[in-house]
Design a protein around this ligand. Structure first.
Ligand code: BG6
Length: 503
């Protein structure tokens, strides 16, 4: 217990050290082991943890590939990727010795025998990561179960997307539930593994200052922007079938909204946190029928320029016509006592002006200005910006007096806390935390079945509305902030977007 009055004035400067508690010995099995996610995120995440001494020596990674040629070409690809991460040759060498590559076909039960043999009766924590297309989730689960591999304490990790609507998500969840219980199922939303997203919980619930004004009493509205500068990358096959609403809003953006808007959980425990997030999802006012046109904007990038470089439009990159949205903006409301009357404006898109994700909280203006007549600048309402990436941190915009003995003059200034200056060590990638949380058996940062389904239940009517009213995406030039209709969406309410460069 902290005794009152014992804190030193400079206690905030006490050096912080990174958290490096070792995990128990494990066997991590990765399906889709030669895929983009595994190479870009999963091996680097585990190798970083390895380099920091978090992985016990006997722990193994079993990489399952579909095609025989990957048995040979995968190791050099992993090594090249880890070298790009700046890991030392010794670390890479040690990490590579943990990896066993096996070939299996998701749809062929007999091909799982090699995996069963490799796992044998190892007492390690066993985790299966399905980093594959979602249509392989069910056959893989069935074949793992057929070999008895999901028994005991085994854990199953599912990458998003879990389905493409409520019905398909439920079908996947039912099939998974038939072979492994919910308390051993880990649905990844990597945004929950981002340091700053977790810091949202800390900001709200480890400080009294903010939580007291975290409601319609003091907050005018909230903006959540997840802006990317990348386009299709090499993901045309996946992305064109999905679009921004399913790819980003159903999961990442709604999870941010949930953590922002939830009631305080009574403790930091998986179900306590997830119960509160679920309540937010269920309180989201449905956007249906004709409201879809008023409360949503769909966009698709056309050619333009990003950081001074000309870039092609979406359909040029794709090589054919398409009505898939690469941008979406929504106006939504959370129907609870806390949030009644506070609009949440959400937007996300590819090929926008800047890579930047942030939550902007715009507070209400002061109820009565005593400065009318003396202030030369209008009083700007307070604004709290929670910056998720890049340059993670938070900024509080407030009014200050300009020093001087002449006429009273007020100007807006910013309190700026950047995590990279507050801590002088590397910030781990989201997957580093998430993978080690699975091994530790902590589900707090994973989506529970009912959350995923509640999110789809809210998203489905928007997609239905777009289809019923034949809402085609509006073109926006690459490098802009989306279609001008998205400005209209917020300006209709007498408000405006705070673009990240203005934040
Ligand atoms: C993924 C989406 O889940 O998140 C991608 O499928 C998107 O389309 C990515 O680019 C964004 O993640 P981050 O961590 O780069 O913000």
């Amino acid at each position: 217990m902290v005794e009152r009055g014992t804190a030193h004035a400079d206690s905030t400067r006490a050096p912080a050290t990174p958290e490096r508690t070792p995990v128990p010995p494990f066997d991590l099995v990765i399906f889709g082991a030669s895929g983009d996610l595994a190479l870009r995120k999963l091996y680097p995440a585990m190798a970083h943890r390895d380099s920091e001494g978090v992985l016990p020596p006997e722990s193994r990674i079993i990489a399952i590939v579909h095609q025989a040629r990957h048995m040979q070409d995968l190791p050099p690809q992993i090594v090249a990727r880890l070298a790009k991460e700046g890991l030392s040759p010794e670390t890479i060498d040690r990490f590579m010795r943990r990896i066993t590559i096996l070939q299996a076909d998701a749809n062929d039960a007999a091909s799982f025998t090699g995996l069963a043999d490799a796992l044998g009766s190892s007492p390690h924590v066993r985790a299966f990561y399905l980093s594959t297309a979602p249509d392989l989730f069910v056959p893989i689960c069935r074949n793992l179960a057929a070999h008895g591999l999901l028994e005991g304490d085994a854990r199953l990790i599912l990458e998003k997307p879990i389905g493409r609507d409520l019905a398909s998500a439920m079908a996947i969840n039912d099939a998974v539930a038939a072979v492994i219980p919910e308390n051993r199922t880990y649905r990844i939303d990597h945004y929950l593994g981002k340091e700053t997203v977790q810091n949202l919980l800390v900001l709200r619930f480890a400080n009294t200052l903010f939580e007291r004004s975290w409601s319609s009493r003091d907050i005018d509205h909230v903006q959540i922007t997840v802006a990317e500068t990348v386009g299709l990358e090499a993901r045309a096959g996946y992305y064109d079938k999905v679009g921004a609403l399913r790819d980003m809003v159903q999961n990442h953006v709604l999870q941010l909204l949930c953590l922002f808007a939830s009631e305080p959980p009574n403790q930091l425990e998986a179900d306590a946190v997830r119960d509160e997030k679920l309540r937010v999802l269920r309180a989201l006012r449905p956007i249906t029928g004709a409201d879809v046109a008023r409360a949503s904007v769909r966009g698709q990038y056309a050619q333009g320029s990003i950081e001074g470089q000309a870039v092609p439009g979406y359909t040029d990159e794709l090589g054919r016509a398409s009505d898939t949205e690469t941008f979406v903006a929504l106006r939504c409301e959370v129907d609870t006592w806390r949030w009644a009357g506070v609009p949440f404006y959400l937007r996300t898109g590819k090929r926008l002006g800047l890579r930047s994700s942030e939550i902007v909280v715009v507070f209400k203006p002061v109820p009565h200005s005593i400065f009318a007549g003396v202030a030369q600048e209008a009083l700007a309402p307070n604004r709290l910006v929670l910056r998720l990436q890049p340059n993670d941190g938070l900024q509080l915009h407030m009014m200050m007096k300009v020093p001087g003995s002449g006429r009273l003059k007020l100007v807006p200034r910013t309190l700026d806390l950047r995590y990279d200056t507050a801590f002088d060590f590397r910030t781990p990638d989201a997957y580093e935390r998430l993978l080690t949380d699975v091994i530790r058996g902590d589900q707090t940062l994973f989506m529970r079945r009912d959350e995923v389904e509640a999110a789809w239940a809210w998203i489905d009517p928007i997609i239905q509305g777009w289809s019923d009213f034949n809402t085609r995406p509006l073109r926006y030039p690459a490098g802009s902030w989306g279609p001008s209709h998205s400005i209209g969406l917020i300006e209709r309410d007498g408000r405006s977007w705070v673009d990240p460069e203005d934040a």
